[in-house]
Write a protein that binds this ligand. Structure first.
Ligand code: HEM
Length: 226
């Protein structure tokens, strides 16, 4: 057995893979948010549409995008493998469970939160990614150059109150998922230290509130502007 398959068949190796893919997805979220915040610039979508075109035509971004989908898939597959392994190792729960006193609600419900986020991602990809890549998307032009009007699609989606509610609720799930996942990834990678762990936990908490809150702000602002 090669060291790669040995690592991926061990519990620690699987946890490391979850941590690394999770940290990559966290980085993706920051870049994605920075791009999406341009939706709030009051210029009729010009900055956002130009940004979307730059991203779509950049070969490096195309590679990152493939990596992104692969990492989402790996993160999901390994979370299922790990939780099945945990269930098999302990088919009967502890006789004395005081889970709420030594673990957070988020840490005990990462599987449910992850599943809800997966549903969000699938709906999101169908609504935006699929439409932009394969749908019949309207065009617009700036200084005589034609651009896909991605802003128009996003704006139309966020004029629907149910869609906005779904986004805001999903960002709540994302906040809880990140509130455990961020610090947990560092711990799995052995980057815990008496001096730095409290700081990592604090940064994780701020991150897990701020990033989803800003993501949720976009549909809310666009809905009220519509
Ligand atoms: C207000 C919130 C959001 C907006 C407006 C938004 C908008 C978009 C748009 C327009 C695309 C298609 C980009 C293109 O192909 O040109 C896209 C792709 C994507 N979004 Fe979002 N997004 C939001 C939140 C999120 C969140 C919270 C996640 C993850 C939890 C997410 C995950 C993705 C992924 C994985 C893709 C495919 C990116 C790729 O090509 O690699 N998005 N988003």
């Amino acid at each position: 057995m090669s060291w790669v398959s040995k690592t991926l068949n061990s519990t620690l190796g699987r946890k490391v893979l979850m941590a690394l893919t999770g940290l990559f997805l966290i980085l993706f979220l920051v870049v994605h948010l920075a791009g999406n915040l341009q939706l709030l610039i009051p210029d009729g979508g010009e900055a956002f549409n130009k940004y979307a075109a730059t991203m779509a035509n950049n070969p490096f971004i195309k590679v990152v995008s493939i990596g992104n989908f692969a990492f989402i898939l790996l993160h999901v597959i390994y979370s299922i493998i790990l939780s099945r392994h945990n269930k098999k190792s302990r088919p009967v729960g502890y006789s004395i469970t005081k889970a709420s006193s030594n673990s957070t609600w988020a840490s005990r419900n990462m599987g449910i939160l992850g599943t809800l986020l997966l549903i969000f991602i699938l709906v999101h990809l169908k609504g935006f990614y699929y439409e932009v890549k394969f749908g019949s998307i309207p065009m617009t032009s700036y200084e005589g150059v034609e651009f896909k009007d991605v802003f128009a699609i996003v704006s139309a989606a966020y004029s629907n109150v149910l869609y906005v509610a779904f986004y805001v609720l999903s960002m709540g799930f994302l906040a809880f998922h990140l509130s455990h996942g961020f610090a947990s990834a560092f711990q799995t990678l052995g980057l815990n230290h008496v001096k730095y762990s409290p700081l990592i936990r604090k940064v994780g908490l701020v991150f897990s509130i701020l990033i989803p809150a800003l993501f949720a702000l976009i549909p809310l602002v666009m809905f009220f502007q519509n």
